[in-house]
Structure formats: C-alpha cells, structure tokens
Design a protein around this ligand. Structure first.
Ligand code: NAI
Length: 283
C-alpha cells in the first residue's frame, strides 16, 4: 500500500497561497511533488515565494532553495492545475469562500480527483455538499508552520469514502508527515482536546494567577514542552477565541464557553506575539 502510494499524486493544486498554502506548497515541493500554487494576485504569490525562501533559509541554511521553487508554478489562474488528481484548498476560513472554491474545483478537475480542505474548524460535509463527488472530499489539516510541524490530521466527513481517506493518509506519509484520522466534528481531534486546556489556563489568569507560574506548572507537572499561555500567544489570542466560539456553537455545550478575559484581550488588541503583547510582552 505504501509503495504504491509513493507515486500517488505527482502534481497537486494548492489553492490559497497565504501562511498555510505557501507552507503546504513548500513541503510538497521539497518532497518532489509538482505544485501549482494559486492565489488571487501576483503580489500574494510573491509573498508566498518569499515565505518559502525565508523558511528554507531558517531550516536548511546550507542548501539552495531553487530546486524547491523549481517544483512550484505560482499562478493566478486556477485552470493551470486542471490535470491535478489532488487539490488542497487553503483559502480563508469562511464557508462561502470555501464552497465557491470547491464548486470551481469540482467543475475543473478530472472526475477521479480528490478535493481536500485545510480547514481547522469548518464542516467537510458542508464543503462536499456543493460538489458532484462528495465521497472524494476530505480534510487535510496541516499545522503551522507547515514545514516544521509533523502532523496532518485527515478529516473524514460523513460522505468521505474509505478509499479517499486511505489515499490522503498515504499521501501524508509520502510527504514525510505523521498522520491521524479524525471525525468531522468541530475541532477534530487536536483542537478539540487542546483548546479547552488553553481556555482553562486563561481562566486561571483571570482569577489572578501569574501566567509564568501557570506555564511552569504545566511544563513541569504535566511534561508539556511549552506552557499553555506561551502557546496561546504564539497561536494568536484571536485565533484561540475564534476556535472556542466555533466549538461552543458547534456542540452547543457550555464547557467550551470562551473565557471573558480572552474577549477583552482581543478587544484591546492583545493578540499575542504578532501584536507584541498577549499574556506576555514581546516588545
Ligand atoms: P491566509 O489569510 O494567510 O491565506 C489565505 C489566502 O487565500 C490569501 O493569500 C488569499 O489571498 C487567498 N485567497 C482568498 N480567496 C481565494 C480564492 N478564491 N482563490 C485563491 N486564493 C484565495 O490564511 P491561512 O492562515 O493560510 O489559513 C488558510 C486556511 O488554513 C484556513 O482555512 C485556516 O483556518 C486554515 N488553517 C490555518 C492555520 C493557521 O495557523 N493560520 C492552521 C491550520 C489551518
């Protein structure tokens, strides 16, 4: 199965060249997969290329990035990927945008092609419903930064077939990732378990505990490699709040109610590392 799969997808269409799309294109190209990376403007694509160059310099300063870039066609025309048997969508986290892309991909790509979404919170079933091939729609949830993080969560929607799941699982391994399969419910596996922990850490701060003490507590007492508040600052306080809100709505369950402190922090612009201030100061 694995040997067969090493040649599964030789040309992959990645739609959306932001933080995640550029990272996905990078990892695929590094593993010898030909990638067509599509975004809306040349400017976005230039930014994607710069991101790949920068990450490559950081991870492999001793080698040239050009061989990787040679495997990527940067394009504003999605039709350039029309022969691909796998598309991975990484456009913004809005169902209308995702569904429009899935419709477009469904019309464009060969009938046997698999359509994957990198969504971190939206329903794969809802994306599959606008296509004529719902059994070939699946989640491939990469983690940021994609070239560094080892996991891909394969999300199996209600309509997703076993064959599709197995093909993308094998492809995940082909590109050097570890793979888990999760059901299509809010938060999938990783965020579902992680996000309530981060939320609880925010409650501890709201109750007057010191962020550094909390982080040290979890690192030393539970063997976590990074404290929950440092991690929240890295992910983005706004991203945590958004994910909590989608869990809260998705399950209609009070256990996911976002900590009010997170709301206040977002209102105040304390978004974490990216804004210079979160639970810690970065200036
Ligand atoms: P981003 O905003 O950096 O990138 C989105 C890109 O899509 C932009 O470059 C935008 O120009 C482009 N775009 C918008 N509409 C398009 C269209 N119709 N065709 C082609 N390109 C289009 O967003 P980011 O952070 O890369 O997130 C993308 C997806 O990945 C979202 O679904 C997000 O939830 C998911 N995700 C994000 C993670 C993160 O840490 N940022 C982690 C895991 C998943």
């Amino acid at each position: 199965m694995q040997q067969q799969s090493s040649k599964l997808f030789e040309h992959v269409l990645v739609v959306g060249g932001g933080l995640m799309g550029a990272g996905i294109a990078h990892v695929l190209a590094e593993r010898g997969v030909h990638v067509t990376l599509v975004d809306q403007t040349a400017q976005m694509l230039e930014r994607a290329q710069r991101q790949i160059e920068k990450m490559h310099r950081r991870l492999h300063p001793e080698t040239e990035v050009q061989p990787i870039l040679n495997n990527i066609v940067f394009s504003t025309n999605i039709e350039d990927g029309r022969d691909c048997l796998l598309a991975i969508e990484a456009v913004p986290e809005k169902m209308e945008i995702k569904q429009a892309v899935f419709k477009q991909l469904d019309e464009l790509l060969p009938q046997e092609a698999i359509l994957a979404s990198n969504t971190s919170s939206l329903s794969i079933a809802a994306m599959s419903s606008v296509t004529t091939r719902p059994s070939q729609v699946v989640g491939m949830h990469f983690f940021s930064p994609v070239p560094v993080m080892r996991l891909v969560e394969i999300v199996r929607g209600i309509n997703t077939s076993e064959e599709t799941t197995e093909k993308v699982r094998a492809f995940g391994k082909q590109i050097g990732k570890e793979v888990i399969v999760a059901k299509d419910f809010p938060g999938f596996t990783v965020n579902r378990a992680l996000v309530p922990l981060l939320n609880e850490a925010a409650f501890l701060v709201m109750e007057g505990n010191d962020p550094e003490e909390i982080d040290r507590g979890l690192m030393l007492g539970a063997n976590h490699p990074i404290g929950p508040l440092k991690l929240t600052d890295s992910l983005g306080v706004d991203v945590l709040l958004f994910t909590l809100e989608s869990l809260y709505e998705g399950f209609n369950d009070s256990k996911y109610r976002p900590c009010p402190l997170l709301k206040r922090m977002v209102e105040a612009g304390h978004l974490g590392k990216k804004s210079g201030k979160g639970f810690y100061n970065y200036s």
